[in-house]
Design a protein around this ligand. Structure first.
Ligand code: NDP
Length: 247
């Protein structure tokens, strides 16, 4: 796989899966911009690691919920680097609770952070990608968006929404050679999953045919394929990377 000369943006690239995606794209020769919400030092470190690979890196503190900020971030990338070729919408949060106990704020926060953000960045990327006569958008959903999960109705709704949005985006932009696909991870070891208790973790492993949690790199390798020209005839697809969990 070769991503030399491609300019990429990964939202939520300061930690976890987003960081792994950013570094994998950079290793394959891409220039990589990342956004983050709060982790200033972690984001600086990721940019240092990107630049150490001999490509360009830049970070933006940008709340993914803010539409105007998405336009500013993408505008600055295009101004500095000349184009935006790959967008990875990865930023996401959980605020789990049973519906009986879930308050309105937890619903709104998860839907806006996980789903509205995808609209914000995809819309802002559309014009530069049309000008460049092509592009690849990769949206990070979850197996929970396919199968649902007790205690995660807000998260499941946001992640299912991503699939519907991506397919619509893919249909609207296909004639412009802009592809859009979804990667739906299963249980991956990051800070997001770090506070699950032993009992829950064991249950997740039992439900996973491959019998283990995934590593962030197992997600980023698939994202890199979708970002590359090797996947040039794939659009509107949902690829589960879940050890068989939602099979
Ligand atoms: P982490 O909690 O480890 O990292 C989340 C990242 O998103 C951080 O970079 C964080 O920035 C950023 N972020 C959070 N909120 C915002 C916001 N409002 N604006 C901008 N950036 C924000 O999560 P993971 O790496 O585990 O998850 C990444 C994606 O993968 C998410 O969409 C998640 O739903 C999805 N996923 C994860 C799974 C897993 O098992 N881990 C399974 C299925 C899907 P900061 O550091 O500044 O807080």
């Amino acid at each position: 796989m070769d991503l030399k000369g491609k300019n990429c943006l990964v939202t939520g690239g300061s930690r976890g899966i987003g960081k792994s995606i950013a570094l994998t794209l950079a290793k394959l020769g891409a220039n990589v911009a990342i956004t983050y919400a709060r982790s200033v030092d972690a984001a600086k470190e990721v940019v240092n690691e990107i630049e150490a690979l001999g490509v360009k890196g830049i970070s933006f503190q940008a709340d993914a919920v803010k539409f105007d900020r998405a336009e500013e971030v993408i505008g600055e990338i295009v101004e500095k680097w000349g184009s935006l070729d790959v967008l990875v919408n990865n930023a996401g949060i959980t605020k789990d609770n049973l519906i009986l106990r879930m308050d309105e704020q937890a619903w709104d926060d998860v839907i806006t952070t996980n789903l509205k953000s995808i609209f914000n960045y995809s819309k802002a990327a559309t014009k530069p990608m049309m000008r460049a006569r092509g592009g690849s958008v990769i949206n990070i959903s979850s197996v929970v968006g396919i199968s649902g999960n007790a205690g995660q109705s807000n998260y499941a709704a946001s992640k299912a929404g991503i699939i519907g949005f991506t397919k619509s985006f893919a249909k609207e932009l296909a004639s412009r050679n802009i592809r859009a696909n979804v990667v739906a991870p299963g249980y991956i070891l990051t800070e997001m999953t770090g506070n699950l208790n032993e009992k829950v973790l064991e249950a997740i492993k039992q439900e996973t045919p491959l019998g283990r949690a995934g590593e962030p790199e197992e997600i980023s390798n698939v994202v890199a394929f979708l970002a590359s020209d090797l996947s040039s005839y794939i659009t509107g697809e949902v690829i589960r990377v879940d050890g068989g969990m939602a099979m």
